[in-house]
Design a protein around this ligand. Structure first.
Ligand SMILES: Cc1cc2nc3c(=O)[nH]c(=O)nc-3n(C[C@H](O)[C@H](O)[C@H](O)COP(=O)(O)OP(=O)(O)OC[C@H]3O[C@@H](n4cnc5c(N)ncnc54)[C@H](O)[C@@H]3O)c2cc1C
Length: 477
């Protein structure tokens, strides 16, 4: 083994078993072995269990013969976030930091400006690791950290089963063009990354604000924008809650996952908020599903969503920097056809506010919007219908795109995710093909209300939503 004094970042990483893993050096600084600790910046994957980047940080701390410090920054100005998101996130962060402290790592929690946080935490670090960011802002922040730190900074892909660059080196057209690529690597990457036993205690570097242990006081001190109305379901973030949800799903919902399109049955896994905050890894979910006793067909149907569809969204976000812009994020055929039909007469022309208040003529659409507001979630099939109807009943496709993204990201606990941008863009033709031309939609796929009524017991879905919102009249026409 090379001595630590003069080891290069490449050699250090080469000593670990990470062949085939994707990582990037965010600057050209050397490892600085004279400094005090190995630093891990906790950002995307908020968990200890099967956190590839965090597990490697632990191993590197041992190799450098240093304690591990894990730092987290609460950013009240996090783009598009509000109290609903922070409230869910708090639990996961607190749980993760407690687990790390019990394992001998030091933890540091700060609130405020990234720049000052990066300067302070990197000052005493020999080496810095973090997980890979996907949306534009988290990617920019990693660049900033690379520029500010005087020591080497490395990011490691941790949030998908197959690292995005390994699956494909370009933006993929649709699920059918990426499926084979992802599935050819799937088994190789389906393994769990254990957090190692640490050789040194980092206790003396721990710094946590006094009010952190009191959830309400701490969150109030952040001055985060509130969202009204509040959720009417109780949902807690964190790994323990995610694992419980996963176990409940594998023992019940998974067996009938071939019926998961049905909104009145509500048998989806409910795991998307946990995946969004990185409370549980897609590898751990996939392995639990694979090892369950359900039929192979339903397991594969679920893995198609969890791995192929979810990682297609990551591919989109990673390679298309216009992922949140209309029409730039769409394929050419969709842009052309939506433009050609943008002046078509609309039977209904709702303002963003009318959509937000669930005040359309359509009781199913209203119910879906209320489900989003009051549960922070919406059934996948209803999400498709919801987005398609915003396109149909807005003054034009551009305002429809902005409205759908705004409502999704404001109210959904899993919002502001690669899936949010891919899901909304899908309603406007992304990752889809051209269909028969019709008014307003052009060649973009159309969905109608009769389809809902023909396929599902929509009255049962309405009953479920009415129970959440007895005071609201969702009757529509
Ligand atoms: C307009 C629109 C907006 C959407 N916004 C979001 C969003 O903000 N956040 C979000 O995570 N998903 C979004 N989706 C995708 C999908 O609706 C949700 O991922 C799914 O309903 C989450 O529920 P679940 O975890 O119970 O899913 P399950 O059916 O149990 O699936 C398990 C996991 O697979 C992945 N998955 C499932 N369906 C899809 C899909 N169609 N595309 C990509 N990945 C999928 C998710 O990570 C999900 O958690 C959106 C879809 C549409 C059409």
């Amino acid at each position: 083994m090379a001595t630590i004094k003069n080891i290069s970042t490449e050699n250090l990483l080469g000593e670990l078993d990470i062949s085939g893993e994707h990582y990037s050096c965010l600057n050209s600084n050397p490892v600085n072995s004279d400094k005090d600790y190995m630093l891990y910046w906790l950002q995307g994957s908020q968990r200890v269990s099967d956190n590839k980047a965090l597990s490697l940080a632990g191993k590197l701390a041992n190799r450098l013969d240093k304690p591990l410090v894990v730092a987290f920054l609460f950013m009240p100005d996090y783009p598009g976030s509000n109290f609903r998101h922070f409230n869910f996130m708090y639990e996961g962060i607190r749980e993760t930091l407690e687990e790390l402290q019990a394992a001998g790592a030091a933890v540091q929690v700060e609130v405020g400006k990234r720049n000052e946080f990066f300067k302070r935490i990197s000052e005493k670090a020999s080496l810095i690791l973090t997980d890979q960011g996907f949306l534009q802002e988290p990617r920019n922040w990693r660049k900033e950290l690379g520029e500010i730190a005087r020591t080497a900074v490395i990011e490691i892909a941790s949030n998908t089963v197959v690292p995005v660059e390994t699956a494909s080196q370009k933006e993929e057209y649709a699920a059918y063009t990426i499926r084979k690529k992802i599935n050819s690597f799937r088994d190789k990457f389906l393994k769990i990354w254990e957090f190692p036993e640490l050789n040194h205690s980092g206790k003396k570097y721990t710094r946590i604000p006094d009010n952190f242990s009191c959830r309400d006081k701490f969150l109030a001190s952040l001055n985060i924008p509130a969202v009204t109305p509040e959720l009417r379901v109780s949902i807690k973030g964190g790994y323990a809650a995610a694992k419980k949800q996963l176990e409940s799903f594998t023992s019940k919902g998974l067996k009938q996952y071939d019926k998961s399109n049905d909104p009145d049955l509500n048998i989806q896994s409910g795991l998307s908020p946990y995946l969004h905050f990185g409370n549980i890894s897609p590898r751990e979910i996939a392995l639990e599903v694979i090892n369950s006793s359900s039929r192979q067909e339903v397991k594969e149907e679920f893995l198609e969503e969890l791995i192929v569809r979810r990682e297609l969204s990551h591919n989109f976000i990673y390679y298309n920097h216009d992922y949140n812009k209309f029409p730039d994020c769409l394929p050419e055929w969709a842009t052309t056809t939506l433009k050609e039909h943008s002046q078509d007469e609309r039977d209904y022309d709702y303002s963003p506010e009318e959509f937000e208040q669930a005040e359309t003529h359509d009781k199913y659409w209203n119910a879906a919007q209320l489900e989003l507001i009051y549960t922070g979630n919406m059934h996948n099939y209803m999400r498709m219908y919801w987005g398609k109807k915003i396109l149909e009943w807005s003054a034009g496709p551009e305002v429809a795109f902005t409205t759908a993204l705004y409502l999704n990201n404001r109210y959904a606990l899993d919002g502001r995710d690669p899936n949010s941008y891919a899901g909304v863009a899908w309603c406007f033709g992304k990752h889809d093909r051209a269909w028969q031309e019709r008014p307003i939609y052009g060649k973009v796929r159309y969905m109608n209300r009769r389809g809902l009524e023909r396929k599902f017991k929509m009255e049962d879905y309405l009953e479920r939503i009415k129970k959440l919102t007895p005071e609201k009249n969702i009757a529509g026409d």
